[in-house]
Design a protein around this ligand. Structure first.
Ligand SMILES: Nc1ncnc2c1ncn2[C@@H]1O[C@H](COP(=O)(O)OP(=O)(O)OP(=O)(O)O)[C@@H](O)[C@H]1O
Ligand SMILES: [Mg+2]
Length: 287
């Protein structure tokens, strides 16, 4: 089922000045109920500008964004509700924490939604659990926490709105490798448990390969290609030409095929193991 649709969306920064810059150029994109969609593209390709349009943070200069069949800008009074339903988590969301306790920060969204205390409390605790934080943190000041923990609190605040679509702009950016892995696993787990539609921007092709059902590739404000990870990573060489990487395992297979092998292209380690086992004539024995 179609959930969110972007039609002919264009956006120019500093429009009408000598500095104008076409950041989005006639984008058409459909996001389906329950899917996990990854948006990838070189720096400056328009990813953040695009996802900023999905919940009306940016107003389309040209084109429309349609949520559940309705233009999100059709009725300005609805926009507030749309922003609860399409939860947008910016890059470095921890900079927006401001309350004196973790509890209050996570409760901020649900409170604005007009929910009662009991429901707010349920959501705060549930979101905290999704983010792998213990209840004892609820009374702490977010400012006493580590960078990784603050990020989790900020994310919990968005999950607490129980959005229909969760939109994440580089959720693991700037974290050390262990914290990145941990946060990524929590997001994966949240997806499995809640089934929420997710759109995420990432520079990590390993993460994209693990989580995405579908990938959109941006290049200079346009959608260069979109499709399943299998289809997209088949174009490994083209992706590298437009300034992107591919999963390491895909690169290894590409090199093997360039040196004369005929292996099925892969993008996940588990698949690579299977293809290699087949090529070697079945599973390894342990004699
Ligand atoms: N406020 C602004 N004024 C002018 N140009 C801008 C502004 N914000 C972004 N741009 C330009 O628009 C283009 C798209 O920016 P955007 O932030 O959407 O890219 P991105 O794909 O998210 O990049 P990154 O991977 O670095 O986050 C870039 O070339 C950027 O320099
Ligand atoms: Mg960006």
């Amino acid at each position: 089922m179609e959930k969110l649709k972007v039609e002919n969306l264009s956006y120019i920064y500093s429009k009408g000045t000598p500095f104008e810059y076409l950041a989005l150029d006639k984008i058409n994109l459909t996001i389906f109920q329950g899917e996990t969609l990854a948006v990838i593209g070189h720096t400056g390709s328009g990813k953040s500008t695009l996802i900023g349009h999905l919940n009306g943070l940016f107003k389309a200069q040209e084109g429309t964004v349609i949520f559940e069949g309705k233009d999100i800008w059709a009725d300005k009074n609805d926009l507030k509700n749309i922003r609860f339903k399409i939860g947008l988590c910016f890059q470095y969301p921890e900079y927006q924490l401001f309350e004196e306790t973790v509890y209050k920060d996570i409760a901020f969204g649900p409170k604005n939604m007009g929910l009662d205390e009991k429901e707010i409390d349920r959501r705060v605790r549930q979101s905290l659990e999704y983010m792998g934080l213990e209840e004892r943190y609820l009374t702490r000041s977010p400012f006493e926490m580590s960078g990784g923990q603050k990020r989790k609190v900020a994310l919990a605040g968005i999950l607490a709105m129980e959005p229909d679509i969760l939109v994440l702009d580089e959720p693991t950016a700037g974290l050390d490798p262990a914290a990145r892995r941990n946060l990524f696993e929590l997001i994966q787990n949240y997806k499995e448990k809640s089934g929420t539609t997710i759109v995420f921007v990432s520079h990590s092709m390993e993460d994209v390969a693990k989580l995405a059902d579908r990938i959109v590739v941006m290049n200079h404000g346009k959608i260069e290609m979109q499709g399943t990870p299998e289809k997209i990573f088949e174009h490994a060489e083209h992706l590298m030409e437009i300034g992107l990487s591919v999963p390491s395992v895909t690169k290894i297979f590409l090199k093997l095929n360039q040196s004369g092998y005929h292996l099925k292209p892969v993008y996940r380690v588990d698949d690579a193991v299977r293809v290699i086992q087949n090529a070697l004539g079945g599973a390894a024995s342990h004699e």
